[in-house]
Design a protein around this ligand. Structure first.
Ligand SMILES: Nc1nc2c(CCNCC3CCCC3)c3[nH]c(NCCc4ccccc4)nc3cc2c(=O)[nH]1
Ligand SMILES: [Zn+2]
Length: 373
């Protein structure tokens, strides 16, 4: 597997780690927030802007690219990097989660999942082998095993059967992996909030020696303290010398809390999604820039931010663009939100270097307003 992880330092105050992941398309420091580019683009951002923001790895998606434009198109373009003109690292999710979250008519069997195309309604089938074939065609640097992300809450019996099937699917993914030299395949730990099942899933998958492990089945509606509890007993089950990726997370507080519990990689559509309806993450909490009170506010979105948006534009101007449905408006809010999270992870890495991530968390939560009762 061409993915290697360098553990640089562990924070003395928390379980956080400072590391570096090396891929065929460059390396990135961890903990890291990975912008999501579902349809081979981080919506409204050009690759040069992502580089300016400081992103070195982005996500894309097997399910979406298989449906549109089709993995054959991307393969004939020379792979996803060439197709979207991105020379940094790319991680693709395996499509399992998207089937469960996008398609209402689906049937899970040992072989794979039958479902309807959420665009055309046509019947489709996705299996571990098919998901691996598509990701091999896309040429992503990090691929995810095909898994089932059960709904929350789920019964112990349902979760146990699902974990065992996801472990069998993981073995089938390893067997179906056609380019182990160029692409790394991460296993995904499931098990919901049940410690015994998280242990079983971790045992099954760490015995298969993947170059990295994801923690799946979280950020699916469970309370934050449940997610943190699951992380408390799950990250220690994973090897120290491999990266840990918490899927679908998340909000600024969850990123800091996850890093404190030894998570290295995060992804979430949140920053780009809320930007498109004019909501920004700032050092003093969330700000809805389309709000009338900003009509004549000629100050930046965040006075503590030095991003392109905050250096050149005011709340009043961005509010006007958003209200007028001018595309520049959501480009500016998207740029700022991604910059905010990438910068936050830089502050987390510095706090780990200085063995003070616990203190940083308290300061950040206080200023952002997370501790407010
Ligand atoms: N394979 C797999 N993927 C999961 C994902 C998708 C991660 N992003 C993929 C990108 C690749 C392209 C699309 C996304 C998850 N996302 C979430 N929560 C997101 C919650 C959320 C939803 C909307 C807004 C904010 C938060 N939990 C997840 C669990 C799993 C999982 O077990 N297995
Ligand atoms: Zn900014």
């Amino acid at each position: 597997m061409a993915i290697t992880y360098e553990l640089i330092k562990t924070c003395k105050q928390t379980g956080a780690r400072l590391g570096k992941v090396h891929t065929p398309h460059g390396s990135f420091e961890t903990p890291v927030f990975m912008p999501v580019g579902t349809l081979a683009t981080v919506k409204t951002m050009a690759p040069e802007e992502l580089k300016e923001i400081g992103a070195n790895i982005i996500l894309s998606n097997t399910y979406h690219l298989w449906l549109r434009p089709g993995e054959d198109v991307v393969e004939e373009a020379g792979g996803l990097h060439k197709f979207m003109n991105w020379d940094g690292s790319i991680l693709t999710d395996s499509g399992g989660f998207q089937v469960f979250s996008l398609s209402d008519m689906r049937q899970i069997e040992e072989e794979g999942v039958h479902f309807r195309n959420h665009i055309s309604g046509a019947k489709l089938f996705l299996s571990p082998e098919k998901a691996m074939h598509i990701q091999n065609s896309l040429g992503s640097d990090i691929m995810m095993a095909f898994d089932e992300c059960p709904p929350y809450p789920a019964s112990y019996d349902y979760m146990k059967a699902s974990v065992e099937r996801t472990s069998r699917w993981a073995e089938r993914c390893l067997e179906a992996h056609q380019k182990p030299g160029q692409q790394g395949l991460f296993g995904i730990i499931q098990g919901g909030e049940y410690e015994e099942l998280r242990k079983q899933s971790a045992r099954d998958l760490t015995s298969l020696d993947f170059p990295g492990y994801a923690i799946g089945g979280l950020s699916v509606g469970e309370p934050k303290d449940v997610m943190n509890k699951v992380l408390d007993f799950t990250t220690p089950l994973l090897p120290d010398e491999k990266p840990r990726y918490l899927m679908g997370v998340g909000s600024p507080d969850s990123l800091v809390d996850g890093a404190m519990r030894g998570v290295d990689m995060f992804d979430c559509v949140l920053p780009t999604r809320i930007a498109r309806n004019g909501t920004c993450m700032t050092s003093n909490g969330r700000l809805v820039v389309r709000n009338a009170k900003f009509a004549k506010d000629f100050t930046p979105i965040d006075e503590n931010c030095d991003c392109y948006t905050c250096r050149n534009y005011t709340k009043a101007y961005i509010r006007h663009l958003i209200k007028a449905n001018e595309t520049l408006g959501i480009r500016l809010t998207t740029y700022h939100n991604l910059y905010f999270l990438v910068k936050l992870m830089g502050q987390v890495r510095n706090a780990i270097k200085e063995d003070r991530l616990g203190d940083f968390r308290d300061e950040f939560f206080e200023q952002y307003g997370f501790n407010k009762p």
